[in-house]
Design a protein around this ligand. Structure first.
Ligand SMILES: C[S@@+](CC[C@H](N)C(=O)[O-])C[C@H]1O[C@@H](n2cnc3c(N)ncnc32)[C@H](O)[C@@H]1O
Ligand SMILES: [Zn+2]
Length: 358
């Protein structure tokens, strides 16, 4: 397994391209542990530079500025002047913070509460894999072996790791630091293959990936948290192979609940993320109480979340800067207009719905 890892990491470089100019990338390895590249630099043909830290390529516009100290801490002293010079140059022409720092901070704080590999969205990991993936994509399990998959907005990354047990090779992409949890989980998930999952920190609106790479793009509960759901959907479709399968799960509009949530969001999304993270810890208690009451009164069947799950839900519902609601018909039109002939409804529940197309 270990000797596989190097190949896999090198292979990942072949899958990536520059998010700014779409040219190919070359890799400079700075720190390796065994066969695995922990720290390094990726250069595009036009000189845009992105760091790899903690084994994860960081492909956001501000990544080099953000992680420069980590790069400098981990290189041999004789290379420091040269790299400091490079970092200075790159910092001068790249922003210190990303445009969508609010989304990034909210979800990074959200996933700090995830108990690695544990329950989220009121489901155990295996149930999430079944509900969001196996039951939806209409590909028989034995045919998944060897396919390339993009987990677009992988969150805590545990599902991305679990998908490898079907023989899939998975690129797990997210804006937040949640994917660091997934990276850790690679080695802990016994039926998975750590060398077949690659975590990449990047923006789905501008994905640093080669076109026509994926057999499956899977995006659960993500695109509605970007500034424009449809635009992000269309930014991803070129990554699909001609016969590829695209799955999305999106929020739906609920007649009573959505207006109430939205009027609260008008206040909660204005709270600075650091403070909101503290409020979410306290707010998780009435949230659990609310779920319990609604369930007991028989208004709706609610799984009662534990404290960590409730904090995650509070971040998701009240902290995310963008939350758009869509209808099944509207999303089916997007699929058709992208040339997908076969489109079907999948896991529909009270909060949202899945659509899959090929
Ligand atoms: C509700 S979580 C869903 C995570 C995961 N798919 C799941 O089912 O548990 C939404 C995720 O989308 C990510 N996200 C939002 N906007 C993004 C963007 N523009 N690029 C990449 N990831 C993004 C967030 O960081 C967050 O982890
Ligand atoms: Zn470039």
């Amino acid at each position: 397994m270990r000797s596989d890892l190097k190949n896999m990491r090198l292979k990942l470089v072949e899958y990536l391209s520059c998010p700014n100019c779409s040219t190919d990338l070359s890799l400079e390895v700075l720190v390796k542990e065994g066969e695995e590249i922990l720290t390094g630099l990726l250069f595009c043909e036009k000189g845009h530079t992105f760091p790899i830290t903690g084994g994860i390529p960081r492909m956001l516009p501000s990544s080099l500025a953000e992680y420069s100290h980590k790069i400098l801490d981990s290189i041999p002293p004789e290379r420091e002047p040269e790299l400091e010079e490079l970092i200075k140059k790159v910092k001068a022409c790249s922003p210190d913070e990303d445009y969508d720092i609010g989304t990034r901070k909210n979800f990074s704080n959200e996933w700090d509460n995830h108990d690695i590999g544990g329950r989220t969205w009121a489901m155990e990991l295996e149930d999430r894999v079944k509900w969001f993936f196996l039951d939806s994509i209409r590909i028989p399990e034995p045919e998944l072996d060897g396919k390339m998959m993009l987990d677009a907005g992988c969150g805590n990354g545990s599902q991305s790791v679990a998908y490898t047990k079907f023989g899939l090779e998975v690129i797990a992409l997210d804006l937040s630091s949640g994917l660091e949890k997934g990276y850790e989980f690679r080695d802990r998930y016994e039926s998975g293959a750590p060398s077949r999952v690659h975590f990449v920190q990047a923006d789905l609106q501008n994905p640093p990936l080669k076109k026509g790479l994926f057999d499956i793009i899977h995006s659960a509960g993500v695109l509605h948290h970007t500034p424009n759901t449809e635009r992000t959907f269309r930014a991803l479709t070129p990554l699909l192979k001609e016969s590829g399968t695209f799955y999305v799960w999106l929020y739906k509009y609920e007649a009573v609940v959505t207006p109430i949530v939205n009027s609260l969001r008008a206040i909660t999304t204005r709270i600075p993320q650091g403070l909101f993270a503290q409020i979410a810890q306290i707010g998780s208690v009435p949230f659990i109480g609310f779920c319990w009451l609604v369930d007991k009164l028989g208004i709706r069947k609610y799984e009662i979340p534990d404290r960590r799950e409730a904090v995650i839900a509070v971040h998701d519902i009240f902290g995310a800067p963008y939350a758009h609601y869509h209808s099944f018909d509207e999303v089916v039109d997007w699929f058709h207009s992208e040339g997908m002939l076969e489109v079907w409804p999948c896991n529909d529940d009270r909060r949202g719905f899945g659509v899959c197309g090929r």
